[in-house]
Design a protein around this ligand. Structure first.
Ligand SMILES: [Zn+2]
Length: 271
């Protein structure tokens, strides 16, 4: 049907069937709207073709660096913790070995939080100056902590302070990416929001550590009240799971944010 006085041919006839309209619109024969219909379709296809590799690259990078380390750290921690709680009463040697492995897994968990945070934090500026010192520092501190935990030489009470200091240094180094990011980003609102979420993660871990160290609430309750449920160790585990889940949520937020707001080095905005 003609709708343009300057175009005199290649019109489609009147078709009162949606199926046939679609068929003739795109496929059956050339007409003067072929370029419009097929153009729109090909534009969509073109966008999808460009977006697909970009999206799959973002997905693979995110899984490798943005979610993978955290998932590995949490799984290692939960697996070693489960092994400890099921098998520790096998023998005194088993108790010693499993508790060492459990502490090593906690060190790995700290590192996984830090490396994941570093990936999302420096996503738009992944230069050697921004990420390498953190990665090397976190991995070196984790290795030193694992040695301090596993080596028999550091087993004696005389090295209790050494072990505590090593863990504290690891904890401090794990926070350096966040501090570095704050310093270079100028504490803009986007960073501050993420920092608040990550402070929630840290607060959950700190609450767990305080409960574990103080033996609260069983320390202050009548004898036997928390023997089965609600003791400090159980609450500490709840805190750890809550902290890990919260950081996972922060990663999901970052991923969604990067889908919408790319940056120069983002896979979604080809340079
Ligand atoms: Zn436990």
């Amino acid at each position: 049907m003609q709708d343009n006085e300057y175009l005199t041919s290649y019109y489609r006839p009147q078709i009162q069937s949606v199926r046939h309209l679609i068929a003739t619109g795109f496929f059956l024969f050339p007409h003067n709207e072929t370029a419009l219909g097929d153009g729109g379709l090909s534009a969509l296809g073109d966008a999808a073709a460009h977006l697909r590799p970009a999206l799959s690259r973002l997905l693979s990078e995110a899984w490798l660096y943005g979610f993978g380390p955290l998932l590995l750290g949490v799984c290692a921690c939960m697996a070693s913790s489960t092994a400890f709680h099921i098998f520790w009463n096998f023998s005194p040697a088993a108790l010693k070995l499993l508790s060492r492995i459990d502490y090593c897994a906690i060190a790995l968990l700290c590192a996984s939080h830090s490396l994941t945070g570093s990936f999302w934090g420096f996503y738009c500026s992944p230069t050697p100056a921004t990420t390498t010192p953190h990665t090397v520092g976190v991995l070196a501190a984790t290795a030193a902590t694992v040695v301090a935990i596993m080596h028999p030489r550091f087993d004696s009470p005389a090295f209790r302070t050494t072990r505590a200091v090593t863990f504290s240094v690891l904890g401090g180094i794990c926070f350096t990416p966040l501090a570095h990011l704050g310093a270079v980003s100028g504490w803009h609102p986007e960073f501050t929001t993420e920092a608040v979420w990550l402070s929630g993660v840290a607060a959950a871990y700190l609450a767990g550590a305080i409960l574990f160290a103080t033996r609260y609430p069983e320390c202050c309750a009548r004898k036997g009240r928390y023997d089965l449920l609600g003791a400090s160790h159980q609450l500490m585990h709840v805190c750890v799971i809550g902290a890990a889940a919260l950081h996972w949520y922060v990663c999901v937020r970052n991923f969604r944010y990067r889908l919408v707001y790319g940056c120069t080095l983002s896979p979604l905005v080809p340079v």
